[in-house]
Design a binder for this molecule. Structure first.
Ligand SMILES: *[C@@H]1O[C@H](CO)[C@@H](O)[C@H](O)[C@H]1NC(C)=O
Ligand SMILES: *[C@@H]1O[C@H](CO)[C@@H](O)[C@H](O)[C@H]1NC(C)=O
Ligand SMILES: *[C@@H]1O[C@H](CO)[C@@H](O)[C@H](O)[C@H]1NC(C)=O
Ligand SMILES: [Zn+2]
Length: 455
């Protein structure tokens, strides 16, 4: 997950709006009950039981992290193309995308005063380097952008440490995204930002930052919460704090990567498409099992499972494993540009990047009628208790209704973009249920007699 784009709408939106779907459509959706039971059984207690977890584990164990610009990412893309072919999916291919490549090199932050200590840090993706000898400077700790403005006169020539409280990824992520710009504006020479996580002692989290062309970029890294809190306490006691920051970060020449595509061809309107997707790249630390290996594998499994059951929907189900999401949604943006003329045929986009813990249902961005259809579909998932459909803002597909998994991901940001994003977070039964949700929703959306409303 990269962006701050999932914001809950009002509580009212959580409850089914007054739905006035035609009886005929409600009956049609209800008529899928037997097929959905078949799909759920296959995923949780039949031919696909354990398959999502086992295949994800094989993939994660073989490739580990899949950094943008790495051989392991490109090999993992080949592997997913092979795996899609092995399950008889169709039109399996990669689509080339030019990607920016950033490399962290070696890096360190050492507390020099009031005592010596290694600060646990991770450079932010796209950060510039320090000079070779590093930056040795006094530290100013602030809790917010507002406090930085109040204390602007004290910031010149210092390393600004943001010790913000975690509120939500969207809100708190602003510090990771824009901290380097705001700190540079008041003359800071570098910035260290408390990791965007509700719980991350001794565990720094990375992610991309933004620079502003009109302001000289300064080096920026995230630090573990315990170190940020310690620096705050030292400042409050009146200690002079000095840190030596060294970062070799640099941009390499652009490379070519690929979005990987595999289809279950529709049998009546193959030109119309329901996309199921997740991103195959990961940040360079951790194994990218959760972010977003799980999303890729339930998307792969949705197409593979339906195919293995011989379920051919009217429309095409297109599984896409996006590349270079962690570089700033590069694969998705390129795909939307290249497929601009096809977008009107994209009936629905399912794209998930929020973990694959126990599923509760789906989150969607669709019009009012669309929301009603989704609420109706989710009623068929009672046996796995994943019946909720709630409206959120995703903002990635302005012209196309979209949904993401809704899952019990309270601990997602404990691990996100950190070395702890490993296979240990994934659970085989939860993954089976996620696959059941993803397959069921994709199948009905791709098979309904009416196109999904786009208003
Ligand atoms: C799972 O499948 C086995 C046999 O394949 C069956 O005996 C068992 O009742 C099933 N469990 C559920 C919860 O359906
Ligand atoms: C994919 O399959 C091809 C053809 O069988 C094989 O040469 C290649 O090594 C496979 N790649 C991976 C990453 O498994
Ligand atoms: C079903 O999910 C709800 C929350 O969505 C939870 O309160 C309830 O305990 C769950 N029931 C079962 C049987 O898991
Ligand atoms: Zn992600």
């Amino acid at each position: 997950m990269l962006g701050a784009n999932i914001i809950l709408l009002s509580l009212a939106a959580l409850v089914a709006a007054d739905c006035n779907l035609p009886e005929e459509l409600k009956n049609e959706i209800a008529s899928y009950a037997t097929t959905i039971d078949l799909i759920i059984t296959a995923a949780t207690n039949g031919s696909f039981k354990g398959v999502t977890y086992n295949e994800l584990a094989k993939f994660v164990d073989r490739f580990g992290g899949r950094k943008v610009g790495s051989k392991s990412l490109e090999d993992s893309i080949d592997y997913m193309l092979n795996l899609s072919l092995a399950y008889d999916l169709q039109n399996v291919h990669g689509e080339e995308v030019e990607i920016p490549v950033w490399e962290r090199g070696s890096e360190s932050a050492v507390l020099i005063e009031p005592r010596t200590k290694d600060i646990r840090m991770l450079g932010l993706i796209y950060s510039v380097a320090t000079p070779v000898e590093g930056i040795l400077a006094e530290v100013l700790v602030v809790k917010s952008f507002d406090e930085l403005k109040e204390r602007a006169a004290e910031a010149n020539g210092k390393i600004v440490v943001f010790n913000e409280d975690f509120i939500s990824y969207g809100e708190t992520g602003q510090y990771r995204g824009y901290g380097a710009i705001e700190a540079a504006k008041v003359g800071a020479v570098a910035t260290l930002i408390k990791s965007v996580s509700p719980f991350s002692p001794a565990n720094p989290h990375t992610g991309i930052l933004a620079y502003d062309d009109s302001i000289t970029p300064i080096p920026a890294a995230c630090i573990a919460s315990n170190d940020a809190n310690m620096l705050q306490r030292m400042q409050e006691r009146g200690d002079t704090i000095k840190i030596l920051l060294k970062m070799e970060a640099k941009m390499l020449p652009n490379q070519i990567s690929r979005n990987a595509v595999a289809e279950l061809k529709g049998n009546i309107n193959p030109e119309k498409v329901v996309i199921v997707s997740g991103h195959i790249d990961s940040v360079d630390v951790g194994d990218g099992a959760m972010d977003d290996g799980g999303g890729v594998f339930i998307s792969w499994a949705a197409a593979a499972l339906l195919n293995s059951l011989g379920l051919k929907p009217r429309r095409t189900i297109r599984a896409i494993y996006w590349t270079a999401e962690e570089a700033g949604g590069v694969g998705l943006t390129a795909y939307q540009q290249v497929h601009e003329d096809e977008i009107e045929n994209f009936n629905f986009v399912m794209d998930t990047d929020v973990g694959t813990f126990t599923p509760l249902g789906i989150e969607y961005e669709a019009g009012e009628n669309g929301g009603c259809i989704l609420q109706e579909i989710m009623k068929l998932l009672t046996s796995i208790n994943a019946t909720q459909a709630r409206s959120v803002e995703m903002g990635l597909w302005p012209e196309t209704p979209t949904a993401s998994l809704y899952n019990a991901n309270e601990q997602y940001f404990w691990y996100h973009h950190s070395p702890q994003d490993t296979m240990d977070i994934e659970d085989t039964n939860a993954l089976d249920k996620c696959t059941a949700v993803w397959s069921s929703v994709a199948y009905i959306l791709a098979d309904l007699s009416v196109d999904f409303p786009k208003d």
